[in-house]
Design a protein around this ligand. Structure first.
Ligand code: HEM
Length: 216
């Protein structure tokens, strides 16, 4: 069996797929949070950022296709691992305590994953599959100035924080990126980056909710 088909069929291979695709999705979140942070500087800065992005032209559908493929691979492999784990547990030979112990993050991974998927579908419906002739600043403002969306988005982002907190820890284990000397510093840096990404999204939500003229 080639290494490629082995990666897709063995459970260790699947863990690698989860780690690598998870890291890539984390990279997308970092870029997305950085781009959206232009909202802090108001309507013109945000529209300017969106115009720069759209100037990439045909590269955009290519990037979207790659992002969607990575996302689907992460979701489908995650479901396969979840089902395999359920089956193993019912056959009573599963190792019920993962390395690092059972934290809230590790116990809820499949459920937070499903909630994040629902959040992303709602988000795409709000900002992507909507009338694209409306300026992006108005699209975002119209959605995120409504309390119900502030609540739904904050919940989605907090659930994302829980998922990513364990995901990051887990991918360091899977990829063997741990060294007794640097372990602590690598993890602190990773947690810090995650915390900043989540904080940027939450601050944007708070600002749009409390200051309706920010993007006006
Ligand atoms: C304050 C929070 C957020 C704001 C204001 C925001 C804003 C936006 C906007 C304006 C777009 C459309 C970009 C365009 O087509 O020009 C977009 C796309 C997208 N967002 Fe967000 N977003 C936020 C949070 C999130 C979070 C937390 C996630 C992931 C869990 C996410 C995932 C996505 C995805 C997957 C796309 C589609 C990318 C594409 O097709 O190019 N967003 N977002």
């Amino acid at each position: 069996m080639s290494w490629f088909s082995q990666a897709f069929s063995s459970s260790l291979g699947k863990k690698y797929i989860m780690a690598v695709t998870g890291l890539m999705l984390g990279g997308f979140l970092l870029v997305h949070a950085a781009g959206n942070s232009s909202i802090f500087w108001g309507r013109h800065a945000f529209i300017g950022y969106a115009e720069h992005l759209h100037a990439l032209g045909p590269l955009i559908p290519v990037a979207e296709f790659i992002l969607l493929s990575i996302f689907l691979l992460h979701v489908v492999t995650g479901i396969q691992l979840f089902l395999a784990n359920l089956q193993a547990r019912s056959e009573r030979y599963a190792v019920s305590t993962p390395a690092g112990g059972r934290t809230l993050g590790s116990k809820t991974m499949p459920y937070t994953g499903a909630l994040i998927l629902s959040f992303i579908l709602l988000h795409l419906y709000n900002v992507r599959f909507t009338d694209q002739s409306v300026p992006v600043a108005d699209i975002v403002n119209n959605v995120l100035s409504q309390p119900v969306y502030t609540l739904l988005y904050s919940t989605g982002i907090l659930v994302l924080a829980l998922h990513v907190s364990h995901g990051f820890w887990s991918l360091f284990q899977t990829l063997g990126m741990n060294h007794p000397r640097y372990d602590r510093i690598i993890r602190t840096m990773a947690s810090l980056v995650c915390a900043v990404i989540i904080a940027v999204f939450l601050v944007i939500l708070f600002l749009l909710f409390s200051n309706s003229s920010l993007l006006a």
